[in-house]
Design a protein around this ligand. Structure first.
Ligand SMILES: Cc1ncc(C[n+]2csc(CCOP(=O)(O)OP(=O)(O)O)c2C)c(N)n1
Ligand SMILES: [Mg+2]
Length: 495
């Protein structure tokens, strides 16, 4: 998180800023960057910031204007490289960047005002922190003289976000902006410290990248075990060398690999001299055992006459998109069914708030994904409760003309929370009216027999589309391992 204070009159005017960074070197950064300013031309701090973003290859940002952030917002408007997208709520904006980063692999950039603009993005920061998604969030800050005085819209953002960010900066000197932005992107896109006992296992496949391997080990301090073929690629004389692994390897290499909690295998083929003989035989017996389980417990669900089982809606969507859509979700039953019944085939195509479980994630994340992958089919499989948490983003989708498809599994309740006997009443609220208000094509489908045609129509219609799928409220997310149980206690699918 970068937090900065601007003054409208001076040049080089940023005096402090606040940057929080969540979890790859700066992907997308151009190799050469040509400044649009003459070398000796004075410029505003906000222009320095925007240029630092441009030099990182940033092509769009989500930003919401207000208060002490206005200078930056205006500087963004002076950039010909960066498209500035206005979300309708700050949380929608940061979830969109979260979705953008998940779909593209590049860091998302979100900018907003201090105070409530900043507190409105806390859920998004926590979400990216949980799921290790690279985000650089930038906010303004109140004038330096007012800092610490409970000034209008002043919140201790550095303190609030410290435990949920990789790094925080309060930028107090305009001269620091280019360096800090560079650092922020580097930090946001480099690995999370996830392991306590990591080991590199390097083999002959690293023959042409010995230098890179040494650089990597120098940077991370991770000890290196080698295959027979790999000997010398990393010097055995180095303190971090464990020498050779395997049947005839050193005790320390075998010990370290056995005890490791993260094994980074580079250029190796897991030779049986290393893994032990008959490895393949053991694995094939193991695979047979697992296949038996697969056959015994296929995914299944209850059906209720003409009513649409939510699982069926996802199966149909999978079939009609051939498993190639980018799927975003809210949080709840629909999220679990989307995880279970869509046959996910591609990386960066499953965008779901996992660690934080943030309702309201799906719609804005789909906006970010549509920006990141303009040619992809992006479908937000949402719950009625989750959809309403950031429903205002329908307006952003319309204005920016993002071809987001929303397939809402409308069970008329917070299904994940209440699984109770339900008496059917009129649909409320009428989700189609929200779409109509934003001039977005929408349709409702209530019968199983009409679902296929309805999904086909959604996918064929250009631009955004909302399909409200009235699903059976009795459906449950199965299989389910109760709290504290093991797989043996699992409550199975179809009844
Ligand atoms: C912001 C937020 N508030 C509350 C919750 C707790 N919660 C988890 S699932 C859920 C119900 C979701 O309802 P809906 O989006 O309609 O999905 P369904 O379970 O009906 O498919 C709630 C309230 C949450 N995860 N996130
Ligand atoms: Mg629901």
């Amino acid at each position: 998180m970068l937090q900065l204070q601007t003054s409208p009159t001076s040049t080089k005017c940023l005096s402090h800023c606040h940057l929080s960074v969540n979890p790859e070197p700066s992907l997308g950064a151009p190799e050469t960057f040509v400044s649009r300013f003459a070398a000796d031309q004075l410029r505003k701090g906000s222009d320095i910031l925007v240029e630092a973003l441009e030099s990182e290859g940033v092509t769009h940002v989500f930003g919401y204007p207000g208060g002490a952030y206005m200078e930056i917002h205006e500087a963004l408007a002076r950039s010909s490289m960066i498209r500035n997208v206005l979300p309708r709520h700050e949380q929608g904006g940061i979830f969109a960047e979260d979705g953008y980063a998940r779909a593209s692999g590049r860091p998302g950039v979100y900018l907003t005002s201090p105070g409530l603009g900043a507190t409105n993005i806390i859920s998004g920061i926590a979400d990216t922190n949980f799921d290790s998604i690279p985000i650089v969030a930038i906010t303004g800050q109140v004038p330096r003289g007012l800092m610490g005085t409970d000034a209008f819209q002043e919140v201790p953002l550095i303190d609030i976000t410290r435990p949920i960010t990789k790094f925080n900066y309060l930028v107090l000197d305009v001269e620091d902006i280019p360096r800090i932005v560079k650092e922020a992107f580097l930090l946001a896109t480099s690995g999370q410290p996830v392991s306590k006992r990591p080991v590199v296992y390097a083999g002959g496949g690293c023959m042409n990248c010995s230098e890179e391997l040494r650089w990597f080990v120098g940077l991370t301090g991770i000890p290196v075990a080698s295959t027979l073929m790999g000997l010398g690629i990393f010097p055995c004389t180095d303190d971090l060398s464990l020498h050779m692994l395997g049947m005839h390897g050193t005790i320390q290499a075998n010990y370290a690999v056995d005890r490791s909690d993260l094994l980074l295998a580079f250029g190796v083929r897991f030779d049986d001299r290393v893994t032990g003989t008959k490895f393949n035989d053991k694995v094939s017996a193991w695979i047979e055992e697992i296949d038996e389980q697969k056959e015994k417990h296929p995914p299944s669900y209850r059906t209720f006459g003409e009513a649409i089982p939510p699982q069926y809606a996802i199966q149909l969507l999978d079939e009609l998109t051939n498993g190639n859509a980018i799927i975003c979700t809210g949080v709840g039953q629909h999220q679990m069914w989307a995880a279970q019944y869509y046959k996910h085939k591609n990386p960066r195509h499953w965008l779901s708030s996992s660690g934080l479980g943030a309702m309201g994630f799906g719609l804005p994340a789909a906006m970010g994904a549509a920006l990141a992958k303009p040619d992809a089919i992006v479908v937000d499989i949402d719950g009625d409760g989750s959809f309403m948490m950031n429903i205002q983003e329908l307006a952003t989708i319309r204005v920016e003309n993002l071809p987001v498809k929303i397939m809402q599994l409308n069970n008329q309740h917070r299904g994940m929370v209440y699984q109770f006997q339900y008496e059917y009443r009129d649909v409320f609220p009428d989700m189609l009216m929200f779409a109509e208000a934003c001039n977005i094509t929408a349709a409702r489908v209530t019968k199983k027999a009409e679902l296929r045609e309805a999904i086909e129509k959604m996918l064929k219609t250009p631009g955004p589309y909302l399909l409200d799928v009235t699903v059976t409220h009795q459906a449950q997310v199965l299989q389910l391992i109760p709290d504290g149980g093991t797989f043996k206690d699992a409550i199975k699918g179809a009844q």
